[in-house]
Design a protein around this ligand. Structure first.
Ligand code: GLC
Length: 551
């Protein structure tokens, strides 16, 4: 059985991974085809974003049937083959379960629409206010009201995301039973892990107007959330200690995460939190352009590291996923220091306390989409928010510039396998444009190159398995006030690890507040790096140092 602290998870967005049948969409067979590449990288688990039957209004996060595979992604036989072939290479599959909501095409919602009271009770229907406006002023995460009116009932239903993603009513025990049955169905198919989509939104509290925000404080980490997670755990994955779980926690608090991801294993193995990725937002508002607040980034990363460690709770650590812009474009450099910055950002994450997650293409330093025309955008969230910004009077150019930075499509362009036609992703027309920089950013050119970003990620994955100080060590920030350097220390038994990073293109001098005698270099992103008490750090320079005490 694998210890998830020593593991690395790789996220695959199948639609953009590899197309093997020329329809322009990636599918499960494409993943199977690339298992040797993933094995070479060294990852332990593949998190596959949803490939279940779905109208694809939110690329599969709108599930219409939890037990069937959308024909666009393949068949159950394709899934079984992938699972078998992955297992043969020591890789486990993690499925992405979307249980906060279903597609309005789901049979349950269709029955609800037909007036069946059993299924109406699966969702959240409410009367409007006396003046006919929605029950509360809550906003959908994708823009507009979170309520959709149905004239046949003179009622609204709740959708925290798109109006085709209706929120399930977890207070109904029948819904919780259905969910557990689905989880068991996939456990029986040999799945080794689950990622639970926006799972901390499932327990709704009071349905009241929010005079301070968009409504999230009424349904985030809601009143019965821990009870529901413990129940699901006991009914399903908690019975198999080999299964790992990660919860996507939207706008959560650390106190709740101590419980979600506690070492007692009563709820989940680990959690994704997102506060460190809001440092280029204005509060919770992402559709703005503001510079990255580096001090805040450090403060958030470090306080979560220390806080979770102090409570023996476990983080999933990451920069990238299918909802985030590419990190090298966001916090690094797409130009001169592309390679150095991509490696530095990798070191920052992979030496932390937590299980690291890599998002497809991150390991070769893929950049933001670089779209040049609005018609290239596909994501419902981007398109809705573009319209909202325009309706507020913003010029098309300004709204477009915001999309360029924050759109989720930045990470959804096809995986860049080669420097050839469509980056080797498809022989057909890709569903979303390929980034033309595949000419110089592609997997083929990096796999055999010992100096590549790919090789650097592979080294980090190995080091985590080799050195318990990385997988188990404690955590302490170093020189938190420094305006350019992000540095921390980890300790385990006789070993001490230092991870020291210049986060900027400007060279800087940095003196470690702790003596570094006896340290040797474990990894660096410049070939001639040298440890020293005072370091002249070059642009984006990163050093990982280790001291071992003789025992
Ligand atoms: C999660 C997913 C995102 C999706 C949303 C609604 O945040 O990662 O892609 O749109 O949930 O299911």
């Amino acid at each position: 059985m694998k210890d998830f602290r020593e593991c690395t998870v790789y996220e695959i967005y199948p639609k953009s991974f590899l197309d093997t049948n020329g329809d322009g969409l990636g599918e499960l067979r494409g993943v199977t085809r690339k298992l040797d590449y993933l094995k070479e990288l060294g990852v332990d688990y593949l998190w596959l974003t949803p490939f279940f039957v779905s109208p694809q209004n939110d690329n599969g996060y709108d599930v219409a049937d939890y037990r069937r595979i959308d024909p666009r992604y393949g068949t159950m036989e394709d899934f079984e083959e992938l699972s078998r072939e992955a297992a043969r290479r020591g890789i486990g599959l993690m499925l992405d379960m979307v249980f906060n909501h279903t597609s309005t095409d789901h049979e349950w919602f269709r029955k609800a629409l037909a007036g069946d009271p059993k299924y109406k009770a699966y969702y959240i229907f409410k009367k409007g206010k006396p003046d006919g406006t929605p029950p509360t002023n809550w906003e959908s995460k994708f823009g507009g009201s979170a309520w959709e009116y149905l004239p046949q009932f003179d009622e609204y239903y709740l959708h925290l995301f798109d109006k085709t993603q209706a929120d399930l009513n977890w207070d109904n025990p029948e819904v919780r039973q259905e969910v557990a049955d689905v989880v068991r169905f996939w456990m029986d198919k040999g799945v080794r892990g689950f990622r639970f989509d926006v799972i901390n939104l499932i327990s709704k509290g009071a349905f009241e107007d929010d005079d301070r925000g968009d409504g999230r404080r009424f349904y985030t980490d809601g009143p019965r959330i821990h009870e529901y997670l413990q129940e699901l755990n006991q009914r399903t994955f908690g019975r198999d200690p080999g299964i790992i779980t990660v919860g996507e926690m939207s706008s959560t608090t650390m106190e709740n995460c101590f419980r979600y991801a506690g070492a007692d294993g009563r709820e989940l193995s680990m959690v994704f939190s997102f506060h460190h990725l809001k440092v280029d937002f204005m509060g919770n508002e992402k559709w703005v352009l503001v510079p990255t607040d580096f001090a805040k980034l450090k403060e958030i990363l470090f306080s979560w590291q220390s806080g979770m460690a102090a409570h023996d709770a476990w983080n999933a650590v990451f920069w990238c996923n299918h909802d985030q812009p590419r990190v090298v474009s966001r916090f690094g450099d797409e130009g001169t220091y592309w390679k150095q910055s991509a490696k530095m950002l990798a070191d920052v994450i992979h030496c932390l306390r937590g299980t690291p997650y890599i998002y497809q293409g991150e390991e070769i330093g893929m950049t933001n989409a670089g779209f040049t025309d609005l018609s290239q955008y596909r994501d419902v969230e981007s398109l809705n928010h573009f319209q909202i910004l325009r309706d507020k009077g913003m010029s098309e150019e300004s709204a477009y510039n915001i999309l360029k930075v924050h759109s989720r499509d930045n990470s959804r362009t096809p995986m860049q396998w080669t420097d050839g036609e469509n980056a080797g992703f498809t022989a057909g027309t890709p569903w979303i444009s390929v980034n033309p920089n595949c000419r110089h950013i592609n997997a083929e050119s990096q796999v055999g190159d010992p100096d590549s970003i790919f090789s650097h990620y592979r080294a980090l994955i190995r080091l985590r398995k080799e050195y318990a100080v990385i997988s188990r060590g404690d955590f302490a920030p170093l020189d938190q006030a420094d305006p350019a350097v992000l540095a921390y220390r980890r300790r385990w038994k006789g070993d001490t690890l230092y991870c020291i990073n210049n986060f900027y293109p400007k060279p800087c001098r940095w003196t470690c507040p702790e003596p570094l005698d006896g340290c040797t270099l474990l990894l660096a992103n410049y070939p001639d790096a040298r440890p020293g008490q005072t370091l002249e750090l070059r642009p984006y320079e990163s050093l990982v140092l280790l001291r071992r005490e003789e025992s």
